[in-house]
Design a protein around this ligand. Structure first.
Ligand code: TXA
Ligand code: MG
Length: 318
């Protein structure tokens, strides 16, 4: 079993795993996270594979401090004031992503926004320093299971899927971070959590916008309408390329085309395909093609999440 007490040596080893593109589970003050280098799309694809998530929810990027957050995301005044009051701590800010952030498109599921937080746990802070990278981390549970508050919980769900589980004992809050989206002075509550709405309102001096009423609340904020949709039409299950189409290919047998082409994985590897999905869609969309033809992608493993995302991209827009 890959559980290790979070000693200085174990944290150093964990930092090397992160830099090497491997997964590390680590304690934060809220719940245990399943971490990967947020700048490495392939490593991030490994998170989805390990969790068995049937869709690509955008992930929270963990950084050591406000300065690091400011390199990844725009920090307007309201965001800065919330960060100064609550960081390090269980508040996640959804902010505009800086173009030169270096964060993999798969982390944000192609969105132009990015969720950032500075965890308040000695082990998480030490890991961030040891890794020297921003760390993308969802809660370290299998999809559909409860968020883990003990290293043993993580081991039960993901033990054989991570390089290392850092054991820092039970997490302090046992409840996920509060997530708010900040746009100018407007702050929208996306997920209630360890920081209360009242505490946030005391800083901003104005009421929080509630994103949705309970009736049409989606299962997670990542499924909100804000999901990246390409301008181009999407034609799924393509086995040929028509005039004016770009091609999003998969595997070794690619139909002939003179148009823009991205192959998600020439060898037919679904983890590689997931790593390239959002950047590939973006690149073909930017080519100006009216339609992106997409080859069939197998439905197993990460193929389920890839196909889910492609179906959403192909759905008629209202
Ligand atoms: O306390 C926590 O936040 C824990 C620890 C590990 O930090 N992490 C956590 O991650 O709960 P996760 O993946 O289980 O939940 C993250 C939530 C998802 O519901 C996702 O949809 C939302 O954050 N999210 C991430 N980026 C977003 C974005 N750009 N816009 C809207 N929602 C976003
Ligand atoms: Mg979760």
């Amino acid at each position: 079993m890959a559980i290790e007490q979070a000693s200085a040596a174990a944290i150093e080893a964990a930092g090397q795993h992160i830099r090497g593109g491997r997964l590390v589970a680590f304690p934060t003050e809220t719940v245990y996270g399943l971490g990967a280098d947020a700048t490495n799309a392939h490593a991030v694809a490994g998170i989805y594979a390990a969790k068995g998530r049937p869709s690509f929810n955008p992930l929270i990027v963990h950084v050591a401090g406000i300065a690091e957050a400011g390199r990844i995301a725009e920090m307007p005044l309201t965001a800065r004031r919330l960060a100064e009051r609550f960081w390090p701590g269980p508040l996640t800010l959804v902010l505009a992503r800086r173009p030169e952030s270096g964060i993999a498109d798969l982390v944000t599921a192609g969105l132009d926004s990015v969720a950032v937080r500075v965890p308040d746990s000695v082990v998480a802070q030490a890991l961030l320093r040891a890794a020297g990278r921003p760390i993308a981390a969802p809660s370290a549970n299998l999809s559909g299971r409860l968020s883990p508050t003990l290293a043993e919980d993580v081991a039960g769900d993901l033990g054989d899927r991570v390089a290392l589980i850092l054991d820092g004992g039970p997490t302090r809050h046992g409840l996920e971070s509060t997530i708010v989206a900040v746009a100018g002075e407007d702050v929208t509550l996306l997920r209630p959590g360890a920081v209360t709405a009242e505490a946030i309102e005391a800083v901003t001096g104005r009421p929080l916008t509630r994103s949705l009423d309970a009736s049409d609340k989606p299962s997670s904020p990542g499924q909100l309408e804000s999901h990246y949709a390409p301008h181009a039409r999407i034609r799924l299950g393509a086995s040929d390329v028509r005039a004016g189409e770009a091609l999003l290919a998969f595997g070794p047998n690619v139909p002939e085309t003179r148009g823009p082409l991205v192959n998600l994985s020439p060898s037919g590897d679904l983890v590689e395909a997931a790593a390239n999905l959002f950047s590939g869609l973006r690149a073909l969309d930017a080519s100006g093609a009216a339609t992106i033809a997409v080859m069939s992608i197998p439905a197993h493993g990460l193929g389920e999440a890839i196909n889910d995302r492609l179906r959403r991209a192909a759905a008629p827009r209202g």
